[in-house]
Design a protein around this ligand. Structure first.
Ligand SMILES: Nc1nc2c(c(=O)[nH]1)N[C@H]1C(S)=C(S)[C@@H](COP(=O)(O)O)O[C@H]1N2
Ligand SMILES: [Mo]
Length: 563
C-alpha cells in the first residue's frame, strides 16, 4: 500500500488529504455527539486554546468578533487543520504511512486535549481515536481508488481498459457501483487503445482516474458532512443536558410554595390521567424542527417597548428574584374535543407581573409580544398577566429543571390561556406593545389573537370502542376551566338524563379536575357523553366547534360495547 500514490499530482494528493481529514473530523464529531460533546477534538482543542489564551487577546477577540468569537476560533482551527491535512495528503504520495502517522499525531493531540478538559472522562479520547481510524481508512481507500499504478510507465499505445478488469483484487473490487458503470469489467484488456478518456488533458498525462477521484471525494465529503452534522445535532442536545444538570445544582428553593395537592386530587383509577402529568408524558407542541439548545450562561431576557426602563435580565438575575410554585394545566388550542394536548404540572418560576412592574409598562400597552430563541412569537394580553394570577417565567417543571423540549432554560406559563398565546418556550424577549400594532406567530395563520381556554371535559375510561361487561361501570376523566375552576361534571348515557359525577379535590382553580361516576350499563352499544360546568356558572355547549380559530367546543362522547 505504500508508494500507492506516488504518481498522483500533488493537488490530487492534497485533495485526498483534506477529504480524509474531513472524514476523520466528521467521525470524531459523531462519536463525540454520541458520547460527550466536549470530547470532540475540535471543541476540546478549541477549549484548550481558549483557556490558554491570554486575557488581553481574549478581550481583543471579543471586541473584534463579538459573540462570534467562538465561531471565528473554530473556523480558524478547521482552516489550519485543512492545510495540515492537505500537506499530509502530499506526503502520502511518497508513502501512505507518512500521512497515517500524521493523522495519528493529530488524533493524539485531540485525544490529549479531550482527556484533560475540566469536564472530561476516560472515554473522551475515543472520538479522536475513532476519527484517526476513519481518516486513515479514507486516506488509503482514496489513494488506492484514484491512483493508476504504473500507468505512466506504460507505452502510450498500451491498451488499458478504464477502471479495473474483473478479477482484480484490491480496494477497487469493493469500491462499489461506480466501477460497474465504467467498464462492466468484461471488456478485453487487449482492446486497442482509443483515446482513454482519462489519459490526457492538454499536455499533461493524467496519472489518476478523475471520475474515481470525483466520486471518492463526493462520498468522502458526504460521509464527513453527515457524520459531522449529525454529531453536532446530537452534541447540541447533550450540551443542554450538561447545562440542565448544572442549573439543577443551583436552583433556588421557592419563596412561595404551592398549596399542597390534596390526597383526594388523584382518584387513582386505572386509565385515568394522573393529576400531575409526568414530564416524560407531557404533550409537546411547537414549531421547532430541532429542539433549540439555549445555554443559560448566555441567555438573557430583553424587555423593551412601551416601558419606562428597558432591561436585559440574565439567568442569574432571574433566579435572584423570589421564585414561586404554581400548579397549572396547559392546554393547546389545537386540542380537539377529547384530544390529548392537555397536561398538568407544578411550575417553578418568578412572577411575570412583578418583573413587568419593575420595568414600568405604559398604560398604552395591551400586549406582551414574547419571542422565542427560534423566532416563534406569542401575544399575551397585559391585563390577564397583571390581574394577580400565577403568570410565571418558569424555570422548572414538576421539580425538575425545565426539560429542553419544554423550553429550557425559561418559558412563560399563564393560567387560563391556550399555549399559543401564553406559553412561549425558550423565551428571550418580551416586547411590550399593542394588539393593533403587532401580530404574533399564529395570528396571520388563521388563529385568533386572543386565546382564553374554553371549559372542557374528557372521558378517559373507558376508551372509545372498548368492550365492557354489563353491570356497574366506572366512567372517569378530567375537566378543565383554568383560572375559573370546575364546579360540576355530568355524564349522560344514550342521550338520557345528565347525572352528576363525583369531583376529585383540587388545590386551586388553575388545574384540571378529575371526576368519576359509577353507572349501571345494560348490554348493547352505549354512547357516553360528558359536560362540565365552571365556577362562573357556564355549562359546556353541545355545539361543536373545531379547534381553529379559537379552540374546540362541544361534548366529548364515546361509544362502547356492553356485552
Ligand atoms: N418557542 C415556542 N414556544 C411555544 C410554542 C412554539 O411553537 N414555540 N408553542 C406553544 C403552544 S401552541 C403550546 S400549546 C405550548 C405547549 O407547551 P409544551 O410543548 O411544553 O406542552 O407551547 C407554546 N410555546
Ligand atoms: Mo398550542
Amino acid at each position: 500500500m505504500d508508494d500507492g500514490g506516488s504518481r498522483l499530482p500533488r493537488w490530487v494528493a492534497a485533495v485526498i488529504g483534506v477529504v480524509a481529514g474531513a472524514v476523520a473530523l466528521g467521525v470524531a464529531q459523531l462519536a463525540a455527539g454520541l458520547t460527550n460533546a466536549s470530547a470532540s477534538p475540535v471543541i476540546a482543542v478549541g477549549g484548550a486554546v481558549v483557556d490558554q489564551t491570554p486575557a488581553g487577546l481574549k478581550d481583543w477577540a471579543i471586541r473584534n468578533f463579538g459573540s462570534n468569537d467562538k465561531l471565528v476560533l473554530i473556523t480558524g482551527i478547521v482552516v489550519v487543520l485543512a492545510l495540515i491535512a492537505a500537506g499530509l495528503g502530499v506526503l502520502s504520495r511518497r508513502r501512505i504511512g507518512y500521512g497515517m502517522t500524521g493523522l495519528l499525531v493529530f488524533g493524539l493531540i485531540g485525544a490529549g486535549a479531550a482527556a484533560t478538559r475540566p469536564d472530561s472522562g476516560p472515554f473522551d479520547i475515543l472520538p479522536s481515536l475513532l476519527g484517526v481510524g476513519a481518516g486513515s481508512w479514507a486516506l488509503s481507500l482514496l489513494f488506492r481508488r484514484v491512483a493508476r499504478d504504473g500507468w505512466d510507465d506504460l507505452p502510450e499505445e498500451y491498451p488499458v481498459a478504464e477502471g479495473t478488469p474483473a478479477g482484480t483484487t484490491g480496494p477497487e473490487a469493493e469500491a462499489g457501483p461506480a466501477d460497474e458503470g465504467e467498464t462492466g469489467g468484461a471488456e478485453p484488456i487487449a482492446r486497442p487503445a482509443e483515446k482513454p478518456p482519462v489519459m490526457r488533458a492538454g499536455d499533461d498525462l493524467y496519472t489518476f482516474d478523475r471520475r474515481r477521484l470525483l466520486t471518492g471525494v463526493a462520498v468522502g465529503v458526504g460521509v464527513a458532512g453527515v457524520a459531522g452534522f449529525g454529531g453536532r445535532l446530537l452534541a447540541s442536545s447533550r450540551d443542554v443536558d450538561v447545562a440542565r444538570r448544572t442549573v439543577a445544582k443551583t436552583l433556588p428553593r421557592p419563596a412561595v410554595t404551592a398549596k399542597a395537592i390534596p390526597a383526594g386530587a388523584d382518584l387513582r383509577i386505572r386509565g385515568l390521567s394522573p393529576f400531575v402529568t409526568p414530564n416524560r408524558d407531557f404533550y409537546r407542541v411547537d414549531t421547532a424542527l430541532v429542539v433549540p439548545s439555549v445555554d443559560p450562561a448566555d441567555w438573557t431576557l430583553k424587555i423593551h417597548g412601551l416601558v419606562d426602563k428597558p432591561v436585559e435580565l440574565t439567568f442569574d438575575d432571574l433566579l435572584r428574584r423570589p421564585l414561586m410554585e404554581a400548579d397549572v394545566t396547559l392546554t393547546c388550542v389545537s386540542n380537539d374535543v377529547g384530544g390529548p394536548y392537555v397536561g398538568n404540572a407544578r411550575w417553578l418560576g418568578t412572577r411575570l407581573a412583578d418583573v413587568l412592574r419593575d420595568v414600568g409598562i405604559s398604560s398604552q400597552a395591551d400586549m406582551l409580544l414574547s419571542v422565542s430563541q427560534d423566532g416563534f412569537t406569542c401575544g399575551t394580553p397585559v391585563d390577564v398577566v397583571m390581574d394577580g394570577r400565577d403568570a410565571l417565567l418558569a424555570v422548572a417543571m414538576n421539580g425538575e429543571v425545565l426539560p429542553a423540549a419544554h423550553g429550557f432554560p425559561v418559558r412563560q406559563v399563564v393560567p387560563g390561556l391556550y399555549g399559543y398565546v401564553s406559553a412561549t418556550k425558550w423565551i428571550t424577549e418580551i416586547k411590550v406593545t399593542r394588539f393593533d400594532e403587532d401580530e404574533a406567530y399564529w395570528t396571520p395563520r388563521g388563529w385568533a389573537p386572543l386565546g382564553p381556554i374554553k371549559t372542557q371535559s374528557r372521558i378517559d375510561v373507558p376508551r372509545d370502542g372498548d368492550v365492557v361487561p354489563p353491570g356497574p361501570t366506572t366512567i372517569a376523566g378530567v375537566a378543565w376551566a383554568q383560572h375559573k375552576g370546575i364546579s360540576a361534571v355530568e355524564v349522560q348515557i344514550d342521550g338520557g338524563e345528565w347525572r352528576e359525577a363525583k369531583l376529585a379535590e383540587v388545590n386551586g382553580p388553575d388545574t384540571w379536575r378529575q371526576w368519576s361516576i359509577e353507572v349501571p350499563l345494560t348490554p348493547g352499544e352505549r354512547v357516553i357523553a360528558v359536560r362540565a360546568t365552571d365556577a362562573s356558572g357556564y355549562t359546556q355547549t353541545p355545539d361543536y366547534a373545531p379547534p381553529a380559530p379559537d379552540g374546540a367546543s362541544g361534548h366529548h362522547a364515546i361509544s362502547i360495547q356492553v356485552s
